[in-house]
Design a protein around this ligand. Structure first.
Ligand code: GUN
Length: 291
């Protein structure tokens, strides 16, 4: 088996499963799941994400609703739109693309989304459910990582997992998911002493720091599974290039399994968003999806 974990192929498989679940909801319960995405402003990276989300939502048979707002929109206007979407029965998932402009408080906006329609797992209720063993929705990127790890390694129980990065979007929920799988979990970050030594203990190493090629191969335990969440644009030899948070060539040489950038974690994020949307649609209607 190749060491390389093919996130693109895995994402296709997840989308195939979501597509079947959407068909099942349509045929058996006359529900077409709907995902509303709200984009504020003109950030080019966000525009690309939102376009891809909309396209893939439709491809799996769900309805996609896009709301594009001017950068100058007030927080009150954005909250009014969220209230409308919370009360719209054709909308089962709501995603407000981050980052938001500085004059809008992200926490207030996330909290305004009905947690039953939250598909990012950012709402405090879903954060709480994840950390107390409840049935909530899980942030898309960590969910994609855990799916790939379980697929490749089987049981994760008892393994040493090190997550480098402590963001609310990736690092913390990733650690919670690994703990749920009975790993021994360490969250390392920029202030960690002897980061190299900590990483070297990891059977599972998740890099989510947002610093290009920061982790070299000699920080990796031979045979470890390396999950690279980083997507960094750099210029090399006069060309633009996408690289992860790990130095791929040297890490690949020692790892037992590794996700590439691009084509690893990235494609899984939108696939997991679609997964979360169909799950939320089923939960809202009180129906159990077939496995
Ligand atoms: N911006 C970049 N990635 C994401 C994501 O997964 N969810 C939201 N809401 N905003 C993002």
């Amino acid at each position: 088996m190749s060491k390389v974990i093919d996130g693109k192929a895995f994402a296709e498989k997840v989308r195939g499963e979501v597509s079947k679940q959407v068909d099942w909801l349509k045929s058996n319960h006359s529900i077409t799941p709907g995902l509303a995405v709200v984009l504020v402003g003109e950030d080019p990276a966000s525009q690309v994400y939102v376009r891809n989300k909309g396209k893939q939502t439709v491809e799996v048979g769900m309805n996609s609703y896009e709301h594009k707002l001017d950068t100058s929109v007030s927080e009150a206007e954005l909250l009014a739109l969220i209230d409308k979407l919370n009360n719209d029965d054709s909308v089962h998932g709501i995603l407000v693309q981050l980052p938001l402009p500085d004059h809008i408080q992200e926490a207030a906006v996330i909290d305004a989304i009905d947690y039953r329609k939250d598909v990012d797992g950012f709402h405090l209720t879903n954060v709480g459910l994840l950390n107390t063993g409840g049935e909530g929705v899980v942030p898309c990127t960590p969910l994609g990582c855990i799916m790939m790890l379980k697929d490749r390694l089987g049981s994760l129980s008892g393994k040493n997992a090190v997550v480098v990065g402590r963001s609310n979007i990736v690092g913390k929920p990733m650690a919670a998911l690994l703990l749920k799988e009975s790993c021994t979990v360490t969250i390392a970050h920029s202030r960690t002493q002897d980061l190299a030594g900590v990483c070297k203990e990891a059977d599972i190493l998740v890099a989510a720091v947002g610093r290009p090629e920061m982790i070299p191969g000699d920080w990796v335990k031979p045979g470890a599974a390396v999950i690279d969440v980083g997507i960094n644009r750099i210029e090399r030899d006069g060309k633009n290039k996408l690289v992860g948070d790990v130095d791929y060539a040297s890490c690949e040489a020692v790892a037992g399994a590794i996700t590439p950038v691009p084509g690893g974690v990235g494609p899984m994020t939108i696939a997991c968003l679609l997964h979360n949307t169909v799950q939320q649609a089923a939960r809202q209607k009180g129906v159990e999806l077939p496995a």
